[in-house]
Design a protein around this ligand. Structure first.
Ligand SMILES: Cc1ncc(COP(=O)(O)O)c(C=O)c1O
Length: 414
């Protein structure tokens, strides 16, 4: 009878797992659950531990043998090698990205740097698109260089330049979609076709898209990374990063993470798990806000130019329309005038908070010239494509009418 019960339970569980594989992203965000839960609590348990105990020496030996033979098992030896709460969030994100596996890190940068260090060796070349996150480019151009790994920067959206840049030792191409701050959007089909032709691995930072708006792995990309600090966490209260992809590479990365040590702790993972439950609702609202506010800005006399992939004026609007199901919550625009008029405008807004980051419930506003690019001269900034009158607006979930009214009154002081 017990056996029968167990069988029935197993088949129900596997049916649920199968059902969730085909479910919509909001259902997946709430229900995909990789944690064994002896308490049947609806909130997932936070397993706060640094290490795990063995029953006796035989139990320890069985664990070690299973490790050596590479058998799949759910035992963990030590906190740096895994945690059930962390594992629960990894399973949920893997489901959302349609990936075999996912791996959680302390930050988005820990995810990116660990992945690159694990997959590249001295003598390799990596290609990166120019509109990528500045810290990622700096990691490649400063730290990978010190290790004998060369970086080639190619213009975002120039597929001929990308193909021409591939060298016999090019192992990996890293890009983002949409990019920061101009929301350039990759034609993933074309990008992947070129990379596959030359056996180059593709690594996409999909932070700005979220798995709701595009799932790069479905387009043939090898690995996807998110700064989970942004939309996945969604509340500006945690930092985290995640890489999702095929099980072979993820196993390699899991081993590397166990050595490099940039893990996420269980409380952080629990906050992320909770944040993800509302991802679908939040992103739906942020997509709507992005569209409404970018359309409003485009009609304003004190706004010079607006970048948002949902606008027909955006250079990648057509490809974004074909490949994405929403265009996200970030809108970039230039204010008429210079740094002074832009500062007056930013000081006049009441609802958006002046802060770095994006993707959470609060709308944030920043002038990149006096945020991420403050260390550069105006000329150096311009060489990076950043003008002094550029503003990045990372929309939250507030009512669009309120943000629009606020921006309207602030633009009047420019
Ligand atoms: C596109 C993108 N990738 C990666 C990162 C780094 O993530 P984290 O801040 O979680 O390390 C950021 C942070 O702003 C980002 O915007």
């Amino acid at each position: 009878m017990n056996n029968q019960n167990n069988q029935a339970k197993k088949s129900t569980l596997s049916n649920k797992a199968e059902l969730l594989k085909l479910a919509g992203p909001s259902t997946q965000s709430v229900h995909i659950n990789g944690i064994a839960n002896p308490y049947r609590s609806v909130g997932e348990p936070i397993v706060q531990t640094a290490t795990y105990q063995f029953e006796d020496v035989a139990d320890l030996c069985a664990f070690q043998e299973a490790q050596l033979s590479g058998d799949d098992h759910d035992r963990i030896e030590y906190g740096r090698y895994g945690n059930p709460t962390v594992n629960a969030v990894e399973k949920r994100i893997a489901g959302l990205e349609n990936a075999n596996d996912a791996l959680l890190f302390s930050t988005g940068m820990a995810a990116i740097t660990t992945t690159l260090l694990a997959l590249l060796s001295s003598g390799d070349n990596i290609i990166i698109t120019d509109d990528s996150y500045r810290r990622t480019r700096q990691f490649c151009e400063i730290y990978l260089k010190q290790m004998g790994i060369t970086t080639t920067v190619v213009p975002m959206g120039d597929y001929e330049a990308f193909e021409a840049a591939i060298l016999p030792n090019t192992r990996l191409v890293i890009s983002e979609s949409p990019t920061n701050p101009y929301l350039r959007t990759l034609d993933l089909e074309r990008f992947v076709a070129i990379a596959k032709k030359h056996q180059v691995k593709t690594f996409i930072d999909s932070t700005f898209a979220t798995p709701l708006n595009i799932r790069p792995l479905d387009w043939g990309v090898d690995l996807v990374v998110h700064s989970a600090t942004k939309y996945l966490g969604g509340h500006n209260d945690i930092l985290a990063g995640v890489v999702a992809g095929g099980s072979g590479t993820l196993k390699e990365l899991r081993n590397a993470l166990g050595i490099f040590g940039g893990i996420s702790d269980p409380h952080n993972a629990a906050l992320l798990l909770r944040g993800i439950k509302t991802l679908g609702l939040r992103v739906e609202r942020q997509n709507q806000n992005g569209q409404a506010i970018s359309e409003f800005l485009e009609g304003q006399p004190n706004v010079e130019r607006v970048w948002y992939p949902g606008l027909p004026s955006h250079p990648d609007h057509e490809i974004a329309k074909q490949q994405m199901s929403g265009f996200g919550g970030v809108v970039s625009f230039t204010v008429k005038g210079d740094l002074e008029s832009t500062s007056r405008f930013i000081d006049a807004v009441k609802i958006p908070l002046i802060a770095a980051s994006l993707g959470a419930v609060e709308t944030l506003i920043e002038p990149p010239a006096i945020m991420a690019y403050y260390d550069l001269t105006t000329e150096e900034r311009l060489a990076e494509g950043i003008s002094n009158n550029l503003v990045r607006l990372a929309l939250g979930i507030e009512d669009a009418e309120d943000i629009i009214a606020d921006l309207e009154q602030a633009l009047a002081v420019v």
